[in-house]
Design a protein around this ligand. Structure first.
Ligand code: NAP
Length: 252
């Protein structure tokens, strides 16, 4: 079952967004709320004050998996892994460690948790679960930030492998440069990018590319296809622990 299903509003789901306080995170939250989704922000900072707008569902998150995060993710239909950091021109050990931790290690922890939970859910819940991962155009082209590129390329390559055994729909967001805290010079606005992402997701695309660079539309599917083939040939499927799967046969 996907967003394309004929339901009164296919967006009426619970969606959690990491990096919720950032430029794209905020734009995605607004776009999702406008479409009728219930959005839960996951952020290192407290929920923003919202004037007369809808109340913000929010989890303050320190980047590691804890009981509060596990409990929250069990209740959501869609998890958008969006947080990220760009050390720009730095290559010192601290910049490398912080970038890998934020862009790769914590994203991997979320992917593992979301898949493990999805396996444990009953079929009718599992059918609505989706994982969206914001890897970036840096997967297939220069971002003029080598450490950032390594972290995003590694995230993308591992995501391709993990998608081979995914228990739910996985959508990959490959985005060109847009203006944000992480990149003040991007030609696109975060609002524009968020709207294109949501439009393409509504068309049920698994590979969501928003970029002005035509090479990305060629290179990204090619790289993903090659990585997937390499993974199929050289790795074994991940066995699903049936005992874990049977634990949640009733409602969560
Ligand atoms: N801007 C671009 O040109 C561009 C292009 C392609 C892809 N992207 C990707 O888009 C995503 C959103 O970035 P953005 O451009 O909107 O930048 P942004 O405004 O800086 O938002 C990124 C958010 O990630 C969270 N974050 C930052 N450092 C973190 C850390 N060490 N641990 C955990 N969370 C951290 C923060 O959110 P909280 O304060 O809420 O925790 C931050 O606001 C990132 O994954 C980025 O790589 C950006």
């Amino acid at each position: 079952m996907t967003l394309m299903d004929e339901r009164p509003n296919p967006w009426s789901r619970r969606v959690a967004v990491t990096g919720a306080g950032g430029a794209l995170g905020s734009a995605l939250r607004k776009g999702l709320q406008r479409r009728g989704a219930t959005v839960i922000g996951i952020s290192r900072s407290p929920a923003p004050r919202n004037g007369d707008g809808p109340r913000q569902d929010w989890l303050v998150w320190n980047g590691s998996v804890d009981a509060a995060l596990e409990a929250l993710l069990l209740t959501v239909d869609i998890l958008v892994i969006n947080h990220g950091v760009n050390p720009l021109g730095r290559r010192d050990p601290q910049a490398i460690a912080e970038t890998l931790q934020a862009n790769l290690v914590s994203a991997q922890a979320l992917i593992h948790l979301f898949f493990r939970q999805t396996h444990q859910l009953p079929d009718r819940r599992r059918a609505y679960r989706e994982l969206w991962v914001n890897t970036s155009e840096a997967e297939v082209g220069p971002a003029f930030s080598p450490v950032y590129e390594v972290s995003k390329r590694s995230l993308g390559a591992l995501l391709t492998l993990q998608t081979l055994d995914a228990p739910c729909t996985v959508r990959r967001l490959i985005l060109g440069a847009f203006r944000s805290g992480l990149n003040p010079y991007g030609p696109m606005s975060a609002g524009f990018v968020a709207e294109r992402i949501l439009d393409l997701a509504a068309w049920n695309l698994r590979l969501i590319i928003v970029s002005f660079n035509p090479c990305t539309y060629l290179l990204a599917p090619l790289a993903m296809g090659m990585d997937a083939l390499y993974g199929r040939l050289c790795t074994r499927p991940t066995p699903v622990n049936s005992q874990v799967r049977d634990r949640f046969n009733g409602d969560p």
